[in-house]
Design a protein around this ligand. Structure first.
Ligand code: DX5
Ligand code: ZN
Length: 217
C-alpha cells in the first residue's frame, strides 16, 4: 500500500476552511475531527460543516467521529459525501451494522481504537472494515505528544491485517510529525493523520511532501 497523508483540519483556521483545504491539495485526504464534548472533552464541527467542505474542497474527506452515538450519525456523514467515515469501538453499540451502513452509503468504513483498547478483540471484524485507526494520543485535542506505547500495537495490527489478506488500511492519528512518522511507518502504518505538523508549518503543502517522503523511507 502506498503511503497516504491525511492533514487534520483541527489545526487549520476554521474561518478559512476552503483555503486551508486548498493549501494541502497534494494530500490524499482531509481529516475531519468531529467531537461532541461527550465522547471527548472538546467540541468541534459536525455534519453541516462536512457538507459545506465537501462542496468547497477537491480532496476527499476522512471523517473521524469522536462522538458518543456514532451508530446514529455515521451513515449521515457517508451520505453527505465523505470518502471515509471512522467510528470508535469504545462508542459504537452496533459496530457491524454501522460499518455496513457506511459502506452501503458509498464510503470507506473505518474503526478507531483508543491507545488503551486492545486490537485483538476486533480481529474478527477485519472483513467489515476498510481501515483501522489507531490513536497515538488520547483523543480530543491536536498538538499532543505522540504515545510511543502504542507502537507495539501498530506492529501487531499490521500482522493481523497481513494474515487477513492485507487489504485493510492502517491509520495512525495523534502526534504524527517529522520526528515520529518514520517509527509509525516502520511499525506498519500506511495512512498518516497530521494536524499541527502540517498546519503549524509555514508551508503546509511542503510539510505534507516532507512527511510523505519520510514515511516512504
Ligand atoms: C485528536 C484528533 C487528531 C488531531 C491530531 O483527537 O483525532 O486528528 O487533530 O492532531 P496532531 O497531529 O496535532 O496531534
Ligand atoms: Zn482524528
Amino acid at each position: 500500500m502506498a503511503v497516504q497523508i491525511s492533514p487534520s483540519i483541527l489545526s487549520a483556521d476554521f474561518a478559512r476552511l476552503a483555503d486551508e483545504a486548498a493549501a494541502v491539495s497534494n494530500a490524499d485526504w482531509l481529516h475531519v475531527d468531529v467531537m461532541d464534548n461527550h465522547f471527548v472533552p472538546n467540541l468541534t464541527i459536525g455534519l453541516p460543516v462536512v457538507e459545506a467542505l465537501r462542496k468547497a474542497a477537491d480532496t476527499p474527506l476522512d471523517c473521524h467521529l469522536m462522538i458518543e452515538d456514532p451508530d446514529r450519525w455515521a451513515p449521515a456523514y457517508a451520505e453527505a459525501g465523505a470518502g471515509s467515515v471512522t467510528v470508535h469501538v469504545e462508542a459504537a453499540k452496533a459496530p457491524v451494522r454501522t460499518l455496513r451502513q457506511i459502506r452501503s452509503a458509498g464510503a470507506r468504513a473505518g474503526l478507531a481504537l483508543n491507545p488503551a483498547t486492545a486490537v485483538e478483540s476486533y480481529a474478527d471484524l477485519l472483513g467489515e472494515v476498510d481501515m483501522l485507526l489507531l490513536m497515538t494520543v488520547e483523543p480530543g485535542f491536536g498538538g499532543q505528544r505522540f504515545l510511543d506505547v502504542v507502537l507495539p500495537k501498530v506492529r501487531r495490527t499490521r500482522e493481523l491485517i497481513t494474515a487477513h489478506g492485507g487489504q485493510v488500511w492502517l491509520q495512525v492519528d495523534g502526534g504524527v510529525s517529522a520526528e515520529t512518522i518514520e517509527r509509525c511507518a516502520e511499525a506498519g502504518a500506511d495512512v498518516f493523520v497530521a494536524g499541527s505538523a502540517v498546519y503549524g508549518a509555514d508551508d503546509p503543502a511542503r510539510a505534507v511532501d516532507a512527511l510523505r517522503a519520510l514515511a516512504e523511507g
